[in-house]
Design a protein around this ligand. Structure first.
Ligand SMILES: *[C@@H]1O[C@H](CO)[C@@H](O)[C@H](O)[C@H]1NC(C)=O
Ligand SMILES: *[C@@H]1O[C@H](CO)[C@@H](O)[C@H](O)[C@H]1NC(C)=O
Ligand SMILES: *[C@@H]1O[C@H](CO)[C@@H](O)[C@H](O)[C@H]1NC(C)=O
Length: 374
């Protein structure tokens, strides 16, 4: 929460009243910023029985707080599909989006600010599934092809910059499967305002400690995926790009081990899971890139290597993980070749947990400092 500061001393009743008024205005204004589930974001408020045909929702406004279109099913946890039992991550209900179906909701936001949306989704059929998440005029297609967690549910983040004071969030299944009952389940839609950090002090990296990022559900233990092909200016992980084919996982101290602060990144898909950032440098100057590598204390065991790049320089840092948490620090000295130096991290190997879910080394506390002359 931000603090509001007032200049001068407050002695008279009028100024106290003024403060109260300003505070009320401030809190009303900031009510758009409350991080967490959007109204009925976990779909626990059910449609009326008269708005349902079996599990299919009939009527645009049948699900409280949402507007739907196309084949949308209202799913109760424990419901069966073929021989599969559908489990819902939060509460007892979720929705399923059939071919070309969508759900949307309008939220008050502040024009110009950045926001990240987090939601949980599960694939239900073997086919390739994806979701188009949009807040006009921006959109992103998130692939659901790879499952990262073992229970079928993953949480995904997507960010946008508000172009007006209302954001209409749309989650759309652009798929055209033969079976309309195929199509991902959606649960727990949340939003968080992002405060993109600037380089602080001598450190040239923005958000090198990964403390600023998307909303993580307090009740889910599988982190949040930052999807592939995320560009700099609209990253749910401010400052960082995900340019690889696969996602990286954003993890928190409440559910994992993190080397520094409360949040970090787990490189879950080997060389296909990379994060990058471009920093401003002075050609010919010597710099030191430093970072922490560890494991998330999630039973991800084995020999790991993180490869770090700074321009043309590179270092491979081995880490022996026993899956119980822990980290070490590493550095890469480099001489900048131009005014911009690209930094990148990926994991050399693919690692899996004993439940066959993807996992890997954790990277945190990234700094780039000008090297001191000896
Ligand atoms: C995603 O949705 C947006 C908004 O409806 C649309 O403009 C865009 O073309 C869609 N993208 C794809 C690839 O379907
Ligand atoms: C998270 O779990 C706790 C304990 O099980 C529960 O009381 C709380 O309502 C849950 N929070 C959400 C947002 O579901
Ligand atoms: C994975 O390892 C953990 C810790 O050793 C253990 O508790 C769990 O039962 C194992 N799971 C499987 C599927 O082997």
């Amino acid at each position: 929460m931000k603090t509001v500061m007032f200049g001068g001393s407050i002695s008279s009743r009028t100024s106290l009243l003024f403060v109260l008024l300003v505070c009320t205005a401030y809190f009303r204004f900031s009510s758009a910023f409350i991080d967490g589930l959007v109204p009925n974001g976990n779909f626990e408020l059910a449609p009326k029985m008269s708005d349902m045909k079996g599990t299919v929702v009939v009527g645009r406004y049948a699900i409280p707080k949402w507007e739907i279109s196309g084949f949308v099913e209202y799913i109760k946890s424990g419901q069966k599909q073929g021989d599969m039992i559908l489990v819902v991550p939060e509460g007892a209900y979720a929705v399923r989006l059939g071919n070309e179906a969508s759900i949307k909701q309008r939220l008050p936001v502040t024009r110009g600010m950045y926001y990240s949306i987090t939601f949980s989704a599960a694939r239900t059929c073997a086919q390739e599934e994806k979701l188009n998440v949009s807040v006009a005029p921006e959109w992103g297609v998130l692939p659901m092809q790879t499952m990262y967690s073992s229970n079928g549910w993953d949480s995904y983040a997507w960010a946008f910059q508000a172009k007006s004071n209302v954001a209409e969030i749309v989650i759309h299944n652009p798929g055209v499967e033969e079976d309309p009952a195929c199509g991902p389940l959606i649960d727990s839609v949340a939003i968080r305002a992002l405060y993109p950090p600037r380089p602080s002090g001598m450190n040239l990296i923005r958000n090198g400690d990964f403390e600023e990022g998307p909303y993580i559900f307090p009740n889910t233990s599988w982190g949040v995926l930052i999807p592939p092909n995320i560009e700099d200016d609209h990253s749910p992980l401010p400052g960082w790009m995900v340019e690889s084919l696969k996602a990286v996982k954003y993890i928190d101290l409440a559910h994992f081990s993190v080397p520094e602060g409360k949040r970090a990144v787990e490189l879950v898909a080997g060389k296909e899971s990379a994060i990058a950032q471009v920093v401003r440098t002075v050609a010919g100057t010597d710099y030191v890139l430093s970072f922490a590598i560890g494991d998330a204390s999630n039973y991800c065991e084995g020999s790991m290597i993180v490869e770090a790049f700074a321009g043309r320089d590179t270092v491979k840092v081995p880490y022996e993980s026993r899956g119980k948490g822990g980290y070490k620090r590493a550095i890469l000295r480099f001489k900048a070749a131009s005014e911009r130096t690209r930094l990148m991290f990926f994991s050399t190997f693919y690692t899996m947990r004993n439940d066959s879910s993807l996992c890997g080394p954790v990277v945190d506390d990234v700094k780039v400092l000008v090297a001191h002359r000896a």
